[in-house]
Design a protein. Structure first.
Length: 219
């Protein structure tokens, strides 16, 4: 059976949709849930796809923390370097101020115990808490990494590698969501209108322009 006009249009815009959904700003959970609500993908299948995201973020967060730990380790004034890092975490856009408070408390505790290298030890001792928060959807690792680059905690090249790893993982999840949509549309071209309905939501401003072009092409 020949592919429908609607399916061919979707294929034409597949890469554009994938590129948008792979960006740091795109909320895959929200987009995936919108497609699930329109029966393009089963809830369990969506959960299986999305649960890979935190694993990717954890690896990148771990790389960032290793870079910070190394800087504190070689610093002539580790206390000042540590304070600078905590100040970055308290930045409103980073949403990791809880990490900073935990680190500061642990560092003070270790200092009172007379421990050497208390700043670096604090990072090690609360690393699990740190990674959980930095890997969460609410924390912008790209923003955090940029601030760390600006304050010489991490080299730009290293940061680029970390962000690339983060977005590569996200692209894979976005691809799987779009493949589920693809399979449904190939089977039932009338679902094209449902795709446009999902893409036209206020929550997805980046996708609305693409939706407009897809709609125009279908006329």
């Amino acid at each position: 059976m020949a592919d429908s006009k609607e399916y061919k249009i979707f294929k034409d815009y597949h890469k554009e949709l994938l590129d948008i959904l792979s960006t740091n700003a795109a909320d895959l959970t929200m987009v995936g849930s919108a497609f699930a609500a329109e029966d393009f993908i089963q809830e369990q299948a969506l959960n299986n796809i999305l649960q890979e995201m935190p694993k990717t973020a954890t690896k990148q967060a771990h790389d960032l923390m290793n870079a910070v730990s190394a800087q504190i380790g070689v610093s002539r004034k580790p206390d000042e370097t540590f304070k600078k890092f905590c100040a970055i975490l308290k930045n409103d856009k980073v949403l990791a101020s809880a990490v900073a408070e935990t680190l500061e408390e642990k560092c003070e505790e270790l200092k009172k115990e007379g421990k050497r290298n208390s700043e670096k030890q604090a990072l090690t001792k609360v690393s699990v808490n740190v990674l959980v928060i930095l890997s969460s959807k609410s924390c912008d690792l790209h923003e955090l990494g940029t601030l760390l680059v600006n304050d010489k905690f991490i080299a730009q090249e290293r940061m680029t590698t970390i962000v690339e790893g983060l977005l590569k993982g996200k692209r894979q999840q976005a691809y799987e969501i779009l493949e589920a949509v693809d399979a449904q549309l190939k089977h039932d071209p009338s679902k094209f209108k449902k795709i446009l309905k999902v893409l036209d939501q206020d929550e997805f401003p980046q996708l609305q322009a693409t939706k407009g072009r897809m709609e125009e092409a279908a006329k």
